[in-house]
Write a protein that binds this ligand. Sequence first.
Ligand code: BGC
Length: 370
Amino acid sequence: MKKLVALVLALALVLGAMSLAFADEAKKKVGIAMPTKSLERWNSDGEYLVQQFEAAGYEAIPVYSDNDANRQVNDIQNLLAEGVDLLIITAVDGQALDTVMNEAAEKGVIVVAYDRLIMNDAVTYYVSYDNYTVGKLQGQFIEEKLGLKDAGDKTFNMEFTAGDPGDNNAPFFFNGAYDVLAPYIESGTVKVLSGQTQFEQVGTALWNTDTALDRASTILGSFYGNGEVLDAWLCSNDSTAMGVAQAIAADYAGDNEVYVTGQDADNANLINIYEGKQSMSVYKNLANEVAVTLAVAKAALEGEIDGQALADSFDIDVAFDTESYETTPGNKCPSFLLVPYSITKDNMQLLADTGLYEWNADKTYVQKVQ
Ligand code: BGC
């Protein structure tokens, strides 16, 4: 009898171990390739993606590539070698992933371009915010703050700082903003004293704060050193706005408020907004971007996606767009685009309402929940 009990117990143990092994084997693997840990945004997104995919029963494998495009190729190759079923990639340089994207396609791995598009047809889906609208919100903010619509004979001076030329989003942000402001520049209401109004002239390699700072200092020294008034500085995101705000604090002699735009609602920038060193940031709720990415990934792993039906099924505002983005000329990429909004000193409560931010002890500004 004892022997029988022992046998049954042993059998149960073996079966238990086997089913655990099978459960583990059945877990699909998702590789998550983020650009860098050095920009606040990708730390938060990376952590949140891992957390949400794990919670949904996937094995999530994150890699961060130190903003180095070659290293990202290697990191993604390693993910492919680990046998991932799906890749979520935010490219350091959307033009530099051809080889590894072709390898992913050969292996039949689904690729979701997260936030930044990759210029290769192996991309299965693109999940992002409406990047053109991000820029438009920044341009409209300056238009409104300077009262450009009713400027009459008044003139204003402003400058532009855009993002990384290797990031496919950067020209979308810039064009969105520039299209709002161009009529005023053409009519002479707005002057850009540096004369730098082309994306190629105002871009910031790797969105680097110090690079933005150095260029802004040079411009301030060269064009605003003799009492010229600077009214606004269009910055495409918070890391560049941080550099420009530092340059203005150090090198601009005027005492007027300079309207500086940004994007991401990063902690340090929210403090700057409270202190009046930056005027606004465009917010893109990462929890929503991740939720859409997870749903797209899940559906894609299960088979064909009806993009429109999927977009309609969210309670998040998201458009299914098959027109705006191309991975190569003529090859449209099915995209899920979320809706951004502006944050200023006066509406930070909106960030607290997301549950991802909380007020500081003095109730003067919000910060990301740790
Ligand atoms: C993202 C922005 C971010 C920038 C720099 C862009 O691709 O859309 O949110 O500020 O990269 O990391």
